[in-house]
Design a protein around this ligand. Sequence first.
Ligand code: 5GP
Ligand code: ZN
Length: 126
Amino acid sequence: MSRYDPDCIFCKIAAGHIPATVVYRNDYVMAFRDLNPVGPTHVLIIPLEHIASLSQLSEGDELIAGHILMAARTVAEKTGVLESGYRLVFNNGRDALQSVGHIHAHLIGGKSMAWPPFAGQPIGHG
Ligand code: 5GP
Ligand code: ZN
């Protein structure tokens, strides 16, 4: 039985109930353009099944998890950033500002990026 959350926006996109600009899809994952891109290339890669966050991955999800990374490579090639470089970001949980509770990798590229994420801020401890 595949996991589906009727209240989840990415489940609705995976089911085709909400439109998206699809870049890639296979039996495990799909990739579509972010609605509010932060760079020239900004694609979200999601599992077709509802898994709320990386923290919710469980035994048996290895194939899905692997397909997310393999799809990222395919998306990078399709969007022309395979050679120039790209960043793959999973925001996971509150501190990371995850706003949609369905695993998604942001593939961002097409522009030179800054690093690290805490530039100019005290690191502190926590
Ligand atoms: P998060 O903040 O959870 O890491 O990222 C969620 C991302 O989903 C954001 O970059 C946001 O722009 C994108 N997003 C939210 N709703 C939609 C939608 O309905 N369609 C698309 N294509 N992207 C969405
Ligand atoms: Zn979902």
